[in-house]
Design a binder for this molecule. Structure first.
Ligand code: ADP
Length: 472
């Protein structure tokens, strides 16, 4: 049996701020089998709902050295849906209103990463073969393991995997944290962690020190080797291309299934697509749009950030005013995007809707009620919205990048390549053409998307293969 410890800063249903929470919440359950004992370790953040905290079993306490500091750490355990979760507790670091974005994030994530390794000295009869780290919050862990624990035989043989969910966020701090927080003075890490003069880059550390690196789609794994997508680290990924893998995320069909989705007014399947139309009419009503089955309803469900290609959409808004379509946006983020979409929603309420908030229930109704899901991202490590959309019979219109390129082809959706408004407009016009003049083709595309397997099954198989290969 291969023992894997999955280290992350968030995992659904305990804490979720984004895609990492989804992945950490579903991947371990999909991988676990009689041959793979996968457990998860998380910080015991104060935002974890009380109903889970009440059920946690206290194991022990120990202290964690961080340079000159000696910090207390409590170790808790909880079995949830068959998976063992460990929670590391320190109220000074984790009793905060926010998960990230604190003034001392470098110290908080360094504490967690160091505590994960230290905890292995205090768990009875459990030492993993592999520690699987995720994003910059656990990126310094492989560095600690290699630089500070090699004299302990049980820990020295542990292999590490680092998964990149979004390379844009790397954990960059003043270089003084390498010695003053991490205590890594007089080690090669003093130079290996420096990305720019005076800057320590935790993700760079993981990229150099981990035994294997994965990105969340095959195309993104290739893209991060190029200067455009590599965010300054492409040189490392090129050097380490033999240890770099791209494994697509899945979606959780227990949460996302139009046949059983509790948020939908009307459930439907591939062979009852007429009921999807009932959802559309009710959604148009809910959003104050003109209730019209014949006008195609485009939606965006997204963080409103530059990554998501929304400047292209914003640029086209005056042209979209003229086209026979509706556009509804659900999202929060950068002010200028929120303002632009709200302005058009005010100007033409029958045609544009802007719901500037996070609303899970509405997102489900939008996946079901929409005709087209727009995802014109500048870069997209994997992307979930296009996969969910296809499962709901909503055709995706995407830019050919990262996971969007790996999941959408012309038999199931529409796409464009150049990051230019004209290219997006051409793809929108192609979609309108199929909608208006080739209805049967539209339905065939819907059915193809709905029949595709986007579950975790295939991805879990790839991760198992990677774990097994690392053990050879
Ligand atoms: P990222 O992780 O880059 O934000 P993904 O496409 O991987 O993008 O995942 C986004 C997830 O968040 C999807 O499940 C999407 O439905 C959800 N989401 C994004 N914005 C909102 C919102 N405003 N309200 C509800 N759900 C949202």
């Amino acid at each position: 049996m291969i023992k894997i410890l999955f280290a992350a800063f968030e995992a659904d249903p305990f804490v979720k701020t984004g895609g990492l929470g989804d992945v950490a919440g579903s991947l371990p359950g999909a991988v676990a089998s009689s041959a793979y004992d996968i457990r998860v370790v998380l910080p015991k953040l104060s935002v974890i709902p009380e109903k889970f905290v009440k059920k946690m079993e206290f194991i022990t306490t120990f202290s964690v050295p961080l340079c000159w500091r000696k910090q207390h750490c409590g170790l808790f355990r909880l079995k949830h849906k068959g998976i063992v979760y460990y929670f590391l507790d320190n109220e000074y670091y984790f009793k905060r209103d926010r998960v990230y974005g604190e003034y001392d994030d470098a110290e908080r994530v360094a504490f967690f990463s160091k505590a994960v390794v230290e905890s292995l000295l205090h768990m009875e009869d459990y030492v993993p073969d592999i520690i699987h780290c995720n994003d910059w919050h656990t990126a310094i862990l492989p560095v600690f393991l290699r630089e500070q624990f090699m004299q302990i035989p049980d820990l020295a043989k542990i292999k590490t995997i680092f998964t990149i969910h979004n390379l844009q966020f790397q954990g960059k701090f003043p270089s003084s944290v390498i010695s003053d927080v991490c205590g890594l003075y007089n080690t090669p890490a003093e130079t290996q962690l420096i990305s720019d003069p005076g800057t320590a880059n935790f993700l760079q550390g993981a990229a150099i020190y981990s035994d294997a690196i994965t990105a969340v789609s095959p195309t993104y794994a290739q893209e991060i080797c190029t200067p455009y997508y590599g965010e300054g680290l492409n040189w490392i990924f090129n050097k380490r291309s033999d240890s770099l893998y791209g494994i697509l995320n899945g979606i959780d069909y227990k949460v996302w299934d139009p046949a059983s989705d509790k948020f939908l007014p009307v459930n439907y399947k591939e062979d009852s697509l007429a009921k999807k139309m009932e959802n559309k009419l009710l959604l148009q009503k809910e959003l104050g749009l003109k209730e019209d089955p014949d006008i195609p309803l485009f939606v965006i469900i997204s963080r409103l950030t530059e990554q998501k290609g929304l400047d292209l959409v914003m640029h086209l808004l005056p042209k979209l005013e003229e086209l026979p379509l509706q556009l509804a946006v659900l999202g929060v983020g950068e002010y200028h995007f929120e303002e632009a979409f709200s302005y058009y929603a005010h100007k033409h309420p029958e045609k544009f809707a802007a719901e500037i908030r996070f609303d899970n229930g509405l997102s489900h109704r939008m996946y079901a009620g929409a005709d087209v899901m727009l995802v014109p991202s500048r870069f997209e490590p994997c992307g979930l919205t296009q996969m969910i959309a296809m499962h709901y019979g909503t055709l995706p219109l995407v830019r050919e990048t990262g996971g969007l390129k790996d999941t959408v082809d012309s038999s199931k959706g529409f796409s464009f390549e150049a990051y230019e408004p004209e290219a997006l407009l051409d793809a929108i016009n192609t979609a309108l053409d199929v909608w208006n003049d080739h209805k049967r083709k539209w339905v065939t595309m819907q059915k193809k998307g709905m029949a595709q397997d986007f579950s975790w099954k295939a991805s879990a198989k790839e991760y198992r293969k990677l774990y097994s290969n690392l053990m050879k």
